[in-house]
Design a protein around this ligand. Structure first.
Ligand code: MF3
Ligand code: CO
Ligand code: CO
Length: 271
């Protein structure tokens, strides 16, 4: 063992990575994207969310990786599954999916020491029109946030782009949860704020790795945590949606590590 195999500490600075980091993140990102691809045909009315979590656990171990959320700060599952008015950190359980349910499935795995963190919205059966619109706009907002990423841009430009899309569509942006740096660590500097203004925040440099994972609500932005200590819901119990990609800043722009090899980045548009 040499120093390079030790887990780094959080330094308060935004870390930059070289070609080995890009290669590691590419592998981890592709694996977690394949895992979410696998779920496209499994999400349907009648299926319990703990069954989806079991499939995720098995997929990850079968591919030589580890679920990053298992035993993370006391969390006991391989995914977060957030249904309808749940914003994020929904706990897989006995609840069977019903026709028209919308759900975010968020999986983070560790492959050869690198973290792939990725989530998508799925629908069980037929979505209601306003749920479908929420999902589509949230996907558009995440992609608009990603599109501003390049060396010299400010982190606030991401939140600026996301907020513009949300406002145009009369949806609110959750402020209580952020994206985050990642790499060999699950949660590292910086906090990636989804509700921000252009030209604010730190400046992006090649080799920075982070997630963009906006949560948009039909009603108000406010959240509450249920008594299980994890589940974050909308205070007004209206629908919430989220997408998440892990990305890296390149010399000229960005690379999305978690792009779907099957083209299922927004699953309900294809299934
Ligand atoms: N995957 C989540 C994220 O995007 C974190 C989940 S932590 C858990 O950062 F403990 F709730 F699983
Ligand atoms: Co994340
Ligand atoms: Co995640």
């Amino acid at each position: 063992m040499n120093d390079a195999t030790l887990l780094p500490m959080r330094t308060g600075e935004i870390r930059t990575h070289g070609p080995d980091g890009f290669e590691g993140m590419r592998r981890a990102g592709q694996l977690v994207a394949e895992c979410l691809d696998m779920l496209v045909t499994e999400v349907k009315p009648g299926v319990k969310t703990c069954h989806l979590d079991d499939l995720i656990y098995t997929f990850i171990l079968d591919h030589g990786a580890l679920p990053a959320t298992l035993h993370y700060r006391g969390y006991r599952h391989s995914s977060c599954i957030s249904l309808n008015h749940v914003i994020c950190h929904g706990i897989p359980g006995d609840r069977a999916l019903k026709d028209g349910d919308i759900l975010n499935i968020d999986v983070t795995l560790i492959l050869e020491g690198w973290h792939g963190d990725h989530s998508r919205m799925y629908v069980a059966g037929q979505p209601k029109r306003k749920a479908e619109r929420l999902i589509n706009v949230t996907y558009e907002a995440m992609m608009a946030g990603i599109a501003v990423v390049r060396p010299g841009a400010h982190f606030g430009d991401i939140g600026g782009a996301i907020t513009e899309i949300a406002r145009k569509n009369r949806l609110s942006v959750v402020e209580d949860f952020c994206g985050h740096g990642l790499g060999r660590l699950f949660h590292d500097e910086p906090n990636v704020v989804h509700s921000a203004s252009h030209g604010t925040g730190p400046i992006m440099k090649p080799g920075m790795f982070f997630t963009i994972e906006p949560m948009l609500n039909i009603g108000r932005k406010n959240s509450a945590i249920l008594s299980d200590g994890w589940t974050a819901v909308t205070k007004d119990r209206q629908l919430s949606a989220q997408f998440e990609h892990s990305i890296g800043v390149t010399e000229t722009g960005y690379e999305i590590f978690t792009k779907s090899p099957a083209g299922y980045d927004c699953p309900h548009l294809v299934s």
